[in-house]
Write a protein that binds this ligand. Structure first.
Ligand code: KG4
Ligand code: ZN
Length: 341
């Protein structure tokens, strides 16, 4: 089966082509111009998606040496994400499907991330524990089957990537914050600065707003503002912040692994590109001898391949899309089964 995947939820336009679960093409165009605004400007994002989606679609077909007639399924991100941005890819996919008679399936963006491990040679095995960490979400899940994803916990305030982005801004490191913080922390091997990790009522939930505020207070108290922070101290703050945030994530992962038997562990989303987080996952999985599946960097950030893959799995599980599917009705938590002790 040939599956086209279209992703336009935020600041990456991506079109991919899969042959079953094998990636034939995965073209990503990142909207780098948001950097000068210090964050994604929704209206500019929608306009750039409009400009890029058709050329990327054509390039994907060309690169894969297939024509539209060969495609069996068109999967597109329906949400969550920026509404204007989502509408571009979703409407493009619907139009393509309507005009060609090909199957269309709307896909949840977070589920795309959760399935990005299946793009790797070694795939996760059900049930698997997945930590999905991106700019918009922080979720700890058990993926039981293609149609049952159980949510153990999520963030009660900021998403992990959002905390990275905000702290990078406080330090004057620029956007997106994750890679900047990671780079600033890379040359540091220890720091006496300690930032607190919050405990939540639900033991699997996360909270990063206290951590973020304590970084802000520290900067205000010690330096007054970001301009006065020496470069070396920025590295120390970045290091300590990253250490606390990664510890907050892995602490809940370890708790979950002590309580639930899983066959694989997976990490997904933009923050899964973080070197420290990846190495902590390797050591956790190594200790309990459970296979770990971490997507390669191409598949951590937003991409069309993960959307095509999730679409393929859902299609095989009997899911069919209608043109009534819309970007306004697709919130992530709705799709996950609640967890009760
Ligand atoms: O999944 P993604 O590309 O988009 C969303 O669905 O949100 O994730 C983007 C997020 C941003 O917050 C970015 O700062 C973060 O992923 N990120 C990282 C790293 N690379 C990207 N966070 C920590 N370390 C990184 N190396
Ligand atoms: Zn994403």
């Amino acid at each position: 089966m040939k599956i086209l995947g279209i992703e336009t939820s935020c600041d990456e336009t991506s079109v991919a082509l899969l042959e079953d679960e094998k990636v034939i093409a995965n073209i990503i165009s990142s909207q780098d111009f948001h950097v000068e605004y210090g964050g994604v400007v929704p209206e500019l994002s929608s306009r750039a998606h409009l400009q890029m989606v058709m050329p990327l679609f054509k390039k994907t077909l060309e690169q894969s040496s297939v024509s539209i007639e060969d495609i069996d399924l068109i999967a597109a991100t329906a949400g969550p994400g920026l509404i204007g941005a989502l509408l571009v890819g979703l409407t493009f996919a619907k139009g393509l499907s309507y005009s060609t008679g090909k199957n269309f399936l709307p896909v949840n963006h977070v589920e795309g991330h959760i399935y990005s491990g299946f793009l790797m040679d070694r795939k996760p095995e059900f049930p698997y524990l997945c930590l999905a960490v991106s700019g918009g979400h922080t979720l700890l899940l058990i993926v039981k089957s293609d149609t049952e994803i159980v949510k153990l916990g999520s963030t009660i305030d900021d998403a992990a990537g959002e905390a990275f982005d905000k702290v990078a801004k406080m330090l004057g490191l620029g956007y997106p914050g994750g890679p900047k913080i990671s780079a600033a922390a890379a040359s540091v091997s220890s720091s006496s600065i300690k930032f607190p990790i919050a405990h939540c009522k639900n033991e699997f939930d996360f909270s990063f707003s206290g951590l973020k505020t304590s970084v802000l207070r520290f900067i205000q108290k010690e330096y007054g503002n970001a301009e006065n922070i020496p470069a070396g101290d920025k590295g120390l703050i970045a290091y300590s912040f990253q250490k606390s945030l990664v510890e907050a994530l892995t602490r809940n992962v370890v708790k979950a692994l002590n309580q639930f038997r899983v066959k694989s562990i997976s990490l997904a989303g933009g923050v899964a590109a973080n070197t420290l987080l990846r190495s902590e996952f390797e050591s956790i999985a190594g200790k309990i001898k459970v296979p770990l599946v971490i997507p390669s960097l191409d598949y951590c950030g937003d991409n069309g391949a993960m959307i095509a893959l999730r679409g393929y799995r859902l299609f095989n599980a009997g899911r069919r899309g209608t043109f009534g599917s819309n970007a306004f009705a697709s919130m992530p938590e709705d799709n996950f089964t609640g967890y009760k002790k």
